[in-house]
Design a protein around this ligand. Structure first.
Ligand code: PLP
Length: 344
């Protein structure tokens, strides 16, 4: 905040700046990516955008030609199919199973491979499932993409919100040797709880990044300078708040899981990252609430709890719960939800 306040008072920041991002933010991103994704990049490979969303959208716009197919492991975040379609591409859902922890394997991908397959979207930790791929699992997918000459877009926005022994999720680019056709997506929204500052970035081969930058220069131009300076402070300043937040999230995750364990008809895979739990609610669906969509409406109306139906993520019979809220609200909300499930 202090860095942002000072930046707001400095008139140099009241003007347009480089479309690709402030030099010192891009320098900080070089170091951050090396430290957390294990990848060496240079300044020509980075484009700072208005949140990871714009970075994702521009990645699709730069890479896809009409009719190109994009493999999308499901359940998946809602923005990916929309961004693919807006770029003229075709989203191809690759279903995963809760028994496999909602993770896709090379064999699953091969089943959906066609001559039009151009890109795979790889997200770890995942929204909505919280699934985290191990280094070996990520490498297997990276090797598969190399073998079939397919691009990978790796969304690493939740990479530091992991709850095992590691403090960062394995980066597919960091663990797959010579994975050249890869775009990394990252930003300050999740690990630094800076959703409203709207700073994200893409990292990739210089020519693809240059194409995305041309798009951005006409669409929006540079990201707000004050927000970029706040992002420099977040990613290169003291990191103790990230650690403290991860610990708080882990505690809330465990509270939510143990409370849901008592709910009849609810089946939950333990998420290892992000801040979501994605329970299977098929066991509580009935004539009044025949779908997860209706159940979500019922939870809002009867228990005052907001959840997202799994259908939005390509998974019927599930709901997504977020534990990015205070301990008290979390306990109150989950206990109301569990008692409503008990009545169904
Ligand atoms: C997987 C994933 N990527 C990206 C984003 C968006 O990031 P940003 O707020 O930086 O646009 C989200 C937000 O929900 C997300 O879940």
């Amino acid at each position: 905040m202090a860095a942002a306040r000072l930046a707001a008072e400095d008139s140099v920041n009241h003007h347009y700046s480089a479309n690709v991002g402030l030099l010192h933010l891009r320098q900080a991103i070089v170091d951050y990516t090396n430290a957390h994704s294990g990848v060496e990049v240079d300044l020509t490979q980075i484009l700072v955008s208005n949140g990871a969303k714009q970075a994702i959208f521009q990645t699709f716009a730069a890479l896809l030609d009409p009719g190109d197919e994009v493999l999308l492991p499901a359940p998946h975040w809602v923005t990916y199919p929309a961004g693919i379609e807006l770029a003229g591409g075709v989203p191809v859902s690759v279903p995963t199973r809760s028994e496999d922890g909602f993770k896709v394997t090379p064999a699953d991908l091969t089943k959906h491979l066609t001559p039009n397959t151009k890109l795979i979207v790889f997200v770890s930790p995942s929204n909505p499932t919280g699934a985290v791929y191990s280094a070996d699992e990520a490498r297997a997918i990276g090797e598969w993409a190399k073998e079939h000459d397919i691009w990978v877009m790796a969304d690493e926005i939740y990479q530091r919100l992991v709850y095992g022994s590691d403090d960062v999720a394995a980066s597919i680019a960091g663990v797959t040797p010579d994975l050249d056709k890869v775009i990394l997506i990252n930003g300050v929204a999740k690990s630094f709880a800076m959703t409203g500052w709207r700073v994200g970035w893409m990292i990739g081969p210089a020519d693809i990044v240059a194409a995305a930058a041309r798009y951005q220069s006409h669409a929006t131009g540079n990201v707000n300078n004050v927000a970029q300076i706040a992002a420099v402070e977040a990613i290169s300043g003291p990191q103790d708040t990230v650690v403290a937040m991860r610990e708080a999230f882990d505690k809330r995750r465990q509270t939510m899981l143990s409370m849901l364990a008592d709910a009849p008809g609810i089946d939950c895979v333990e998420p290892a990252g992000a801040f979501y739990v994605f329970p299977d609610v098929a066991g509580v669906l009935n004539d009044t609430y025949p779908s997860s969509e209706r159940l979500a409406e019922g939870l809002l109306e009867e228990a005052g709890v907001a959840v997202v139906p799994g259908d939005s993520f390509g998974a019927t019979g599930f709901i997504r719960l977020s534990y990015a809220l205070s301990d008290t609200d979390l306990e109150r909300g989950v206990s109301r939800m569990v008692s409503m499930f008990g009545r169904l």
